[in-house]
Design a protein around this ligand. Sequence first.
Ligand code: NDP
Length: 316
Amino acid sequence: MAVFSNRITSLFSIDYPIIQAGMIWASGWPLASAVSHSGALGIIGAGSMYPDVLRDHIQKCKKATSRPFAVNLPLLYPDIDKHIAIIIEEKVPIVFTSAGSPSTWTKHLKAQGIVVVHVVSSATFARKAAAAGCDAVVAEGFEAGGHNGREETTTMVLVPAVCAAVTIPVIAAGGIANGRQMLAAMVLGAEGVQMGSRFVASEEASAHLAFKQRVITAQEGDTKLSLKKLTPVRLLDNAFARQVQEAETQGASPDILASLLGRGRAKKGMFEGDLEQGELEIGQVSALLRDILPAATIVSNTWQEFRDASAAINSF
Ligand code: NDP
């Protein structure tokens, strides 16, 4: 039985309106199942998984927890049709789509009874997601790690703008790693929060330990939005990020930036632990993270802080 009830907990059949973001190289079945098992919603990040790997993670997640979990599908993934077929065959109940148009796959997934949520970075994209039939949107602000919107709208501005633009429930993301930030997002109109960076610094995340340790020592200003001429992505400062900034300052073309990026940079950094030459995708909120915790502790701490902060506000 739900300990808290709103449109997001009902939509996903979860206890707490807390969602762990689908993240390449970090959110496999150990993290997703631990989060779901604790009463929040865990997401398998399919972007870094070959189709047979995704199937294996889904099957292991189903064995590890009887609670609902989701798969995040970046829509620009090369084998997207294979991923969609696996999700349907394996009866995954919820899909979060990102980095692409929600009109391409939403109808198909919904016809199979799957709940579909799309990640947006503007009110305009939120309207498109609602028109495409999505059940909810994630409004992900500029503070977020990884792929990011070109508009650079912060969570504080984006969440109320998206809430005013659509009637479907809104999940806030970008810069949220604790219960006080969660309460702020809910005051802005969100009905749930999605946290990525906080769950990278978890025991169950599949990211390399060296990357997790780098994340929990990040300082203010250590992350920057890079590669805006290609696909904007928030990266932690390192030799590779500085090389990109230098090239961008000199007006490098998209082709030059693409060859500088090459292939597999994200895997090199976040999964193999090359902290200088790899891509290290993390949010601004990493500057507030100082510990690597079990996923269930992150969920319970966040919920407790949210409840304490709500009570403190009521006494104002
Ligand atoms: P690259 O093109 O640099 O490399 C592809 C990587 O993905 C490789 O490491 C490869 O693993 C792995 N991979 C998994 N499945 C496939 C496949 N079917 N074909 C080719 N490679 C595959 O891409 P990125 O690492 O930058 O991004 C990978 C994916 O993650 C993309 O779909 C992208 O949209 C998504 N992404 C999402 C982000 C988000 O914030 N939502 C952020 C960044 C990326 P191997 O090395 O073992 O061959």
